[in-house]
Design a protein around this ligand. Structure first.
Ligand code: HEC
Ligand code: HEC
Length: 652
């Protein structure tokens, strides 16, 4: 009886409506447009916007016509990016810490399935017929090819380090996968399912003026194909490792342009500060912008709108006027703009703010070269509840911000850089920078508040001594005297950042791809563990749950102190450029450091933090182990080192 009712109801609906959406057997829709994976996606019609709320673990559906949130759907942990199926019935969401893709039915507005992926799924896009889902696994450095009908992984292609976002060409023949830190872009042929080519983004050449854009390309956040399919734009940073760290001389924003017919970078077309990104303020000075994250082309391809996630600006490039920046709309409302979409008529931009979890609406002003973009009304809130405390959220917002006007003190040096400019996405950029103490490898912030003293030479015991970090590591600005206590509102900023870093969910150790699928150690790693704990003598320094003895550098009350130098070690890794230091002002210079001794680094997640040592001089774990030379250090054979290294790579 029930069944009959159901059929009757269907017949009635069918008769009442000629709408295509209600056809029960969906025809196979073939998409003929290039698509890139993103944290914000708009449907073809421009009526709905889907947003991945990265640290809230939900996806929001926003209805453009009613100007309201239609649903907030719970998904797996850390939803990074999403993509629509070509028929727009299904939304796929990469859940990075859960190692799976959640499948949302647009009609049902809920998760109806989950597909297992490699470790740390990030970018994802379907084939143009919707049959295959390609997923970039950030931690395993592979691309999963998943059959969307049954969720089975058909094939996993090995690619270069840290594949992140992903894009597909209009004809569906090629996938482009930027690698986050090494600035390579894999080109995958979808027929052969092989990497056909690797495009390398060029370094920007050294300039005699250290304040001008230069350096090594890194943190490739997006790959956006132009409407005519001829080029793609890639927003990223340039990091200058040749001059001492300084706000205005170390990290620069850039956008590279790739020719998709030759799959080569158009080196002359790179957009850089003071060249193509040169819009001046009322004092006739170049407006500094930072951390470019996402961009979108106008539908006619004449303009590009790029969000700067650090300085929180919108930069507009006019391709009819040489492709240079023609407007910088300073300060998008909200915090940390990381995604942007445009309405099909090209009139309205929607920007996803990842820290304030809202949508900013911007009027493009139209296609003309003289049009000016303007913000429209209030932002639209995307979430009902923030899982972070207000203190942690404030700290996280500061971590990703390079907005110099917003807070009690300017820790970013006129909009130049955020913590994330070097600690890319909280981890590292793989580069070694020049500091007054010598070359210093950028460390990861994974479990950083649990590993005893801070810094390679263990010269900091209180993370909230942030003034020192800003003055020492970020380039020496701010008018505050480091010997005095900080003003209350400034101390509050550092307390907030500490609270954020301390939250165990902020930067958990990344799962190791060197383990077996079930998470267990391999046979070689087990043998390595035995050597690590036995003949290798590693536990003396890398013992305990954090794999470092630095946690023991405490005073008589059990508080960490830089005055306790018993746990600094000379293992023979001094660099000729290292300099002794008198210690820190806030520690009243009672903690001088020599050039030989270093704090034992944690080994948790160390598989992902090459290169190694304070000066980044060891390229591999094997080399790092080999180079430990201290009194009584054990003589290990090559085979033993291989085994120990295999174990060390499995520590997470
Ligand atoms: C210009 C690049 C750069 C920027 C920007 C930067 N850091 Fe660092 N950070 C470094 C380097 C290099 C070191 C290592 C310095 C040393 O050991 O002397 C470091 C060390 C650290 C450490 C100590 C890690 C450990 O375990 O020893 C923490 C924590 C840290 N940074 C957090 C931050 C925060 C928070 C911000 C933003 C306020 C920030 N950093 C901005 C480059 C940077
Ligand atoms: C006497 C103390 C000591 C012992 C014993 C020791 N280490 Fe270390 N280890 C250190 C110190 C100090 C550093 C950092 C040196 C530097 O940065 O220049 C380090 C660095 C490392 C690194 C690089 C980590 C990074 O983030 O750069 C690895 C890997 C490592 N050790 C593994 C081992 C293994 C495996 C063993 C045993 C075979 C071992 N260590 C024994 C003190 C020790």
């Amino acid at each position: 009886m029930k069944k009959l009712w159901f059929i009757a109801a269907l017949l009635i609906i069918g008769a009442l409506s000629s709408c295509r959406q209600l056809t029960i057997v969906e025809e196979n829709v073939i998409r003929n447009k290039a698509v890139n994976s993103n944290n914000i996606v708009m449907n073809e019609e421009g009526s709905k916007i889907y947003i991945a709320n990265i640290d809230v673990h939900t996806v929001t559906i926003y209805d453009v016509k009613t100007n309201a949130v239609e649903a907030e759907i719970e998904v797996g942990k850390e939803p990074r990016q999403l993509t629509l199926s070509p028929d727009e019935n299904v939304l796929y969401v990469s859940c990075m810490t859960d190692n799976r893709v959640d499948v949302i039915s647009i009609n049902k507005q809920k998760v109806v399935d989950s597909f297992e992926t490699g470790l740390g799924p990030y970018g994802l896009v379907t084939s143009q017929d919707g049959k295959w889902l390609y997923v970039a696994n950030y931690r395993s450095s592979t691309i999963s090819i998943i059959n969307t009908e049954n969720g089975e992984t058909e094939k996993e292609i090995e690619v270069d380090d840290r594949p992140r976002t992903i894009a597909i060409t209009a004809d569906g023949s090629k996938l482009y996968v930027p690698h986050y830190l090494n600035a390579n872009i894999s080109v995958i042929d979808t027929k052969s399912e092989k990497v056909e080519k690797v495009i390398e983004l060029h370094d920007s050449p050294d300039q005699s003026d250290p304040k001008k854009s230069q350096g090594i390309a890194n943190t490739l956040e997006q790959f956006v194909i132009s409407p005519d399919g001829k080029t793609a734009w890639v927003p990223h940073l340039l990091t200058n490792i040749d001059t001492p760290i300084h706000f205005e001389e170390t990290v620069f924003p850039a956008i590279s342009v790739i020719d998709l017919r030759t799959d080569e970078e158009l080196v002359e077309e790179r957009k850089e500060l003071f060249e193509e990104i040169n819009v001046t303020d009322t004092k006739n000075e170049t407006i500094i912008v930072s951390n470019p994250y996402d961009l979108v082309f106008s539908p006619d391809g004449s303009k590009v709108f790029c969000v700067m996630s650090g300085s929180e600006d919108l930069v507009i490039f006019d391709l009819n006027r040489g492709g240079n920046a023609t407007q910088i709309m300073r300060r998008i409302n909200g915090d940390n703009p990381r995604g942007i979409v445009i309405s099909p008529d090209g009139k309205t931009l929607y920007v996803h703010n990842a820290m304030s979890h809202d949508l900013a609406v911007i009027d493009t002003g139209g296609n003309s070269s003289y049009a000016r973009a303007k913000q429209k009304g209030e932002n639209i809130s995307l979430i009902s509840e923030d899982p972070l405390t207000p203190l942690e959220r404030f700290g996280k917002t500061l971590f990703y911000s390079a907005n110099s006007d917003e807070f009690a003190i300017d820790i970013t040096g006129n909009n130049w850089m955020s913590c994330a400019s070097c600690h890319s996405d909280g981890e590292l950029n793989g580069l070694t920078l020049k500091t007054p103490k010598g070359p210093r490898n950028v460390p990861s912030n994974v479990v950083t508040t649990e590993t005893g003293l801070f810094m390679w030479d263990g010269s900091r015991d209180d993370f909230t001594d942030y003034i020192l970090t800003v003055q020492g590591e970020m380039g020496g600005m701010t008018s505050l005297n480091p010997e005095e206590p900080l003003p209350e509102d400034v101390q509050y900023m550092y307390d907030a950042m500490f609270a954020f870093l301390q939250n165990p969910n902020s930067f958990p150790p990344p799962p190791s791809p060197y383990r077996q699928k079930n998470g267990k150690l391999t046979k070689t790693a087990l043998e390595g563990k035995e050597l690590f704990e036995g003949k290798g003598n590693c536990l003396v320094c890398h013992g305990g749950s954090m794999f470092t003895d630095s946690v023991k550098a405490v005073d008589e009350n059990g508080n960490l102190t830089t005055d306790n130098t018993n746990f600094l070690h000379d293992i023979g890794t001094t660099n000729p450029l290292d300099q002794a230091s008198d210690g820190d002002a806030r520690a009243k210079y009672t903690n001088p450091r020599n050039v030989n001794q270093f704090d034992t680094p944690t080994l948790r997640g160390v598989w992902a933090t090459a290169p190694y040592f304070h000066d980044g001089s060891a390229k591999t774990i094997e080399e790092a182990i080999e180079r430990h030379q201290y009194e009584g250090s054990p003589r290990l054979t090559k085979e033993e080192i291989t085994k120990i290294a295999e174990y060390v790579r499995s520590i997470q």
